[in-house]
Design a protein around this ligand. Structure first.
Ligand code: PGA
Length: 221
């Protein structure tokens, strides 16, 4: 059986109090026991909550790792407002790079994205690089890609598992080890994606905001 990577992207949601509620509810993941074996869980909260998620997961011995949703395209230095890979590494093992929301709303370019990958790798973060088609440029050194077609993000209209599978197969031809599917994944449809030969996990936005629903996705994956 293949190992699955199941990633929660909390986007720009949750205050500290709401995050604590989410984490308390997420403790139930332990009750799944054997059901989580072969499934690696990564939770990507906003920067302000990275420390809280990291320490709560460690203190409660929860089967999950932490990822950031973004990272600076600069190394440490005089870059007011930026959070660099070396800083992120204190709290997280993974980082999302190139989400379509960032490409669209913050005009992130291919050149910036490859700097983000370069610094992530320099400081030992594992990047999860997001693309919306199998033709997007994938920077050197990326091992995990998430395929998220634009029409499927936050729309309740996922891609078909067959289409996602064939896009994933093409992405894997580019020296990529794991391809995740993202876009309107929920507890009911997750298995149709993770059951596909070339799909190694899922990246979940909306349905991860409720810890119970996210646990349902892990359980059914
Ligand atoms: P969604 O978002 O699950 O709400 O469609 C996925 C994502 O944007 O990563």
């Amino acid at each position: 059986m293949k190992n699955l990577l199941i990633v929660a992207n909390l986007k720009s949601y949750k205050t500290e109090i709401e995050a604590r509620e989410w984490l308390e509810a997420f403790k139930k993941i332990k009750e799944l026991g054997q059901n989580t074996s072969g499934k690696e869980i990564v939770i990507c909260p906003p920067f302000t909550l990275l420390s809280l998620f990291n320490s709560f997961i460690l203190d409660n011995d929860l089967p999950a790792k932490v990822g950031a949703q973004n990272v600076s395209s600069f190394d440490e230095g005089a870059y007011t407002g930026e959070i660099n890979a070396r800083q992120v590494k204190d709290f997280a093992e993974f980082v999302l790079v190139g989400h379509s929301e960032r490409r669209r709303s913050f005009n992130e370019t291919d050149a910036e994205l490859s700097k983000k990958i370069e610094f992530s790798l320099k400081y030992g973060l594992e990047p999860i690089f997001l693309v919306s088609s199998n033709e997007d440029i994938i920077p050197h050194g990326v091992k995990i890609v998430a395929y998220e077609p634009l029409f499927a993000i936050g729309t309740q209209t996922p891609d078909t598992p067959e289409n996602a599978n064939s896009a994933s197969a093409k992405i894997k031809e580019k020296n990529v080890e794991k391809v995740l599917y993202g876009g309107s994944v929920n507890p009911q449809n997750v298995k149709s994606f993770t059951g596909m030969e070339n799909i190694d996990g899922v990246l979940v936005g909306g349905a991860s905001l409720d810890a119970k629903e996210f646990i349902g996705i892990v359980q059914n994956a």
